[in-house]
Design a protein around this ligand. Sequence first.
Ligand code: GLA
Length: 736
Amino acid sequence: MSISVKNQTFTLSTNRTAYQMKVGAYNFLFHTYYGKKIDETDMSYLFSYQDVGFSGNPYDAGKDRTFSIDTLPLEYSSFGIGDFRGDCIQAELADGSSSIDFRYRSHKIYAGKYGLTDLPAMYGEESEWATLEMHLFDIKEEIELILYYGVMEKWDIITRACRLVNHTDNTVKLHRMLSACLDLPSGNYDMVTFYGRHARERNMERARLHHGIQGMESIRGASSHQYNPFVILCEPHADEEKGECYGMSFVYSGNFLAQAEVTQRNTSRLVMGIHPTRFLFTLEKGESFTAPEVILTYSAKGFHRLSSNYHKAVRNNLCRGKYKTARRPVLINNWEGTYFDFTDSLLLQIAEESAKLGIEMFVLDDGWFGKRNDDFSGLGDWYVNESKLKCGLKAFSEKIHDLGMQFGIWFEPEMVSEDSDLFRTHPDYVLNVPGRPGCRGRYQFVLDFSRKEVRDLVYEQMRKILDGARIDYIKWDMNRHLTNVWSAGLPAERQGEVYHRYVLGLYEFLERLHRDYPDLLLEGCCGGGGRFDAGMLYYTPQIWCSDNTDARERLFIQYGTSFGYPVSAVGSHVSASPNHQTGRECSLAARGAVAMAGTFGYELNVNQMTEEEKETVKKQITDYKRFYDLIQDGEYYRLSGPYGNTASGDTEGVCAWEFVSEDRTRALLFAVLTESQGNPVQKVIKLRGLNPESVYTRVDSKEFYTGTALMNGGILLPCAGGYCPAVCMEFTVRKE
Ligand code: GLA
């Protein structure tokens, strides 16, 4: 068992890490260690007890002024009882007070992973996981806090979640309940975050922690393009291969807070959870509230190991369904090819040509339903627009299948246009404050998914479409964020529950789809990557990474995304050049290379391609199918980032990444030359993760090199010309 208990010290061990807590004086629960694997030594010997002015002492400590919960590391911090650092929980009791003082009462340890009702969470075999539950109670009222810890040895994962149970006869009002708290003995860290905007998501940013508070948050009702709910704390010298790093990834898709603080004692605290803004849950006797899961990992050896842990754990123990492992079809999506302007015959021409190139699925994007010819109307009316699809959806889907392709379709279930039958019939089904005009986003309103009757109405419409045609895939879009959040389904005093109930409603809907249509492939989307988080990945194993399909820009977006999320989650397509978002030209080789670092597909009108381009597309598809396992299941290495930060040599102007098979017999190197130079200088890239003793053949040239040469000397990249040239080199171990 990976959880040991000795003298009330709990050591949670994984292959390379240990996480430790201790029930200490007066039954407070202290955090004693998180880092490189250690034995069961009680690490609280490092605690420093000092009389720190203005850091008070719990009454139980008597005259001891050296014991303060404001200075000692805690597993979970409660507001109002003497810890003035960023707290995790604030609640109001019946008498109006808000001091809840949780102390340890009992614990449970069992094999397997705890589950969370109505929320996404990591899962796995009983033999893969161990669970620790810590049961804490307030010193006065029967209010229980359960802290859940999941331990997965294989990929150094610790998960956390918690639940508050009101056992009293009175109402408890919960104003804030975060999911995880990590107190570290040093404040000397960088915080790595992923910020952005629509069409430029998850740019990596690294800043030194400073005294006070810094962090990321969303109050948009979705995790957002702007700030991702995934953060890293690392040592200032950390890079891909060295330095300590701690990661926190939130398994949640709504408002969030990820906050780091360097304290008066130069220690740091990292907390993560649902954003407290406009959060107010009322718990009556016997009711409970569950705070969503956070996935933690630690790497003593830099970002690569940290990312690798997340890649494997998310792909294998968070994503679900048939397409968790089944090869996903190479698709063509008609959005950038036609936008709203299509007929069935135009689409079939695209599909026919795509099938000839080896494309395996046709995805019909926005515009096939209601009176949807632009973005002013139609959302909410999920019946086929027969003036565009004259043959009807059933016949259309069959024609696609007759071409030997699968068929996918776009929905935006959470939204409604004012110009729609649904809105005309049920204007009260939107999130909006009665008597106020509200706020449009892309001319549309958000349906109140916190209400079951609203979800049922949309589900029923979707069910008819799914049952009436041959549909293999859904792109689930969400093209605006939440404003004027008010639900007709809840009384005034419970309006603070709507944001969270909206997310729970979304999850319930997705769970229903998952249960009723287990073979459907779902791709999440929110104007590209506006809801790219571990919560959504539990329901949709891939997410459209960005509305920006420019390969050069995607290098930044996908680089940032790769820190916390696997390649299998990254929706990525080859689109036309010049690119529709940026006007930039880019070689087909680079567009292909970048899309292959994801789920791979096309999003253009193939009939507008030259014969030479079509031949290249055919080769890309054949290559991708051959590389599929290596790309999806191999070890992913960032060799040289788009920011000029590099783990190997002088690679300014080169963005390179590599996939290595688990047995290290195959490797695939991709490099995109991002800067055109006159009289270009040579570029050398060092590979990683190979077996130093093995001899590798470079498949295209038949040249061979030892692993140690490729990793320490590197390989020379050809100096190709053109717009953003790209290189793909495959290496296999030479058979003796
Ligand atoms: C969003 C998506 C796009 C496309 C459009 C359709 O912006 O991200 O891929 O589906 O909606 O309106």
